[in-house]
Design a protein around this ligand. Structure first.
Ligand code: GTP
Ligand code: MG
Length: 296
């Protein structure tokens, strides 16, 4: 069983190292791994308490000690909750926003696939930005490390990626999505019409949409990225290569050029697939018209 001093040390260590905060309690953002890691530490500390009388015992001598150490653990847990609860709340709110937006896209997919002949959405991938990335972004933007700074300034903590079958599905779904009463479009970047120098193509939307919590309505920022399967395929591979840090500069430059060429190829492929899809749709419509005229 750690002595009181050791527990105090763990507390200070926990607050200073885990959060790297200028002052404790301001921005205890974390992800589940960090929480689990800290919980493991608690379990490790708590292991030496007997289950039946809850009295602290010395693991070596198995003798009960004073309740002073127990009090310290209680204080430690209290501190832990005070630190982590705002973070749980914040990340849960973003998770709820992701769920709301995902549901909107799933509904649109069901409705539109009843009218057309295919599901316009192939898949939806979502994520809530992790603790490390949130802190790094705040630091990069010279913002205070606080929950409020996240809520007011970071618009991509909740992210929903919608993978569509064809380019025109992207714009059709976008139109239906942003025209919803409770969706406010904040920013739109069309990297399909204007690809990035890397070759990256996707439609980016930042929207504000409400979640309904036990405390009432709360507007949340959500970043939506819409792309075709080909765009997603390219972006996933390019993302992996981008983070290969040990490439020599010449190789990196050569690969960047090749990737840009691949992006152009994949854009052509998207256009070809769309033309094929349209031909199939036109032929299908012609056949249906013929069928109807045969009945009359
Ligand atoms: P961030 O601070 O990174 O959010 O940049 P930003 O706010 O200027 O947003 P931007 O419109 O550049 O898009 C950011 C997101 O789009 C990234 O997190 C990626 O998911 C994606 N993205 C943008 N550019 C590229 C690129 O060149 N390659 C890949 N693979 N993804 C990209
Ligand atoms: Mg971003």
């Amino acid at each position: 069983m750690p002595e009181r001093k050791q527990i105090d040390f763990i507390m200070t260590d926990h607050i200073n190292n885990a959060f790297s905060l200028p002052s404790a309690g301001k921005m205890p953002i974390t992800n589940s791994e960090v929480i689990n890691m800290k919980a493991d530490k608690n379990i490790e500390n708590a292991k030496n308490f007997t289950a039946d009388n809850n009295a602290p015992v010395d693991s070596a001598q198995n003798e009960p000690k004073t309740t002073e150490a127990q009090m310290s653990v209680d204080q430690y847990l209290e501190q832990l909750h005070a630190d982590f609860d705002p973070v749980y709340n914040l990340l849960t709110d973003y998770q709820c926003a992701v769920m709301e937006v995902e549901t909107k896209f799933n509904i649109l997919n069901s409705r539109l696939s009843m009218q057309g002949e295919h599901n316009p959405i192939e898949s939806i991938k979502s994520r809530v930005k992790d603790y490390d990335s949130i802190i790094r972004k705040l630091e990069r933007l010279h913002l205070p490390i606080t929950v409020e700074a996240v809520e007011e300034n970071l618009m991509d903590v909740a992210g929903v990626r919608v993978i569509c079958s064809f380019i025109d599905d992207i714009y059709k779904i976008e139109e239906c999505f942003v025209s919803q009463e409770d969706v406010t479009l904040i920013m739109r970047k069309d990297y399909i019409q204007n690809p990035k120098p890397s070759g990256y193509r996707s439609l980016h939307l930042i929207v504000k949409t409400p979640i309904y919590t036990e405390n009432g309505k709360k507007d949340m920022y959500v970043e939506v990225q819409m792309r075709t399967i080909a765009m997603d395929f390219w972006a996933s591979l390019e993302h992996k290569l981008r983070y290969k840090k040990n490439l020599n500069p010449d190789t990196a430059e050569q690969l960047a050029k090749e990737l840009e060429a691949c992006a152009q190829e994949s854009a052509k492929l998207d256009e070809k697939m769309l033309r094929i899809r349209n031909r199939i749709a036109e032929d299908g419509a012609a056949v249906r018209i013929k069928d109807i005229s045969a009945l009359t």
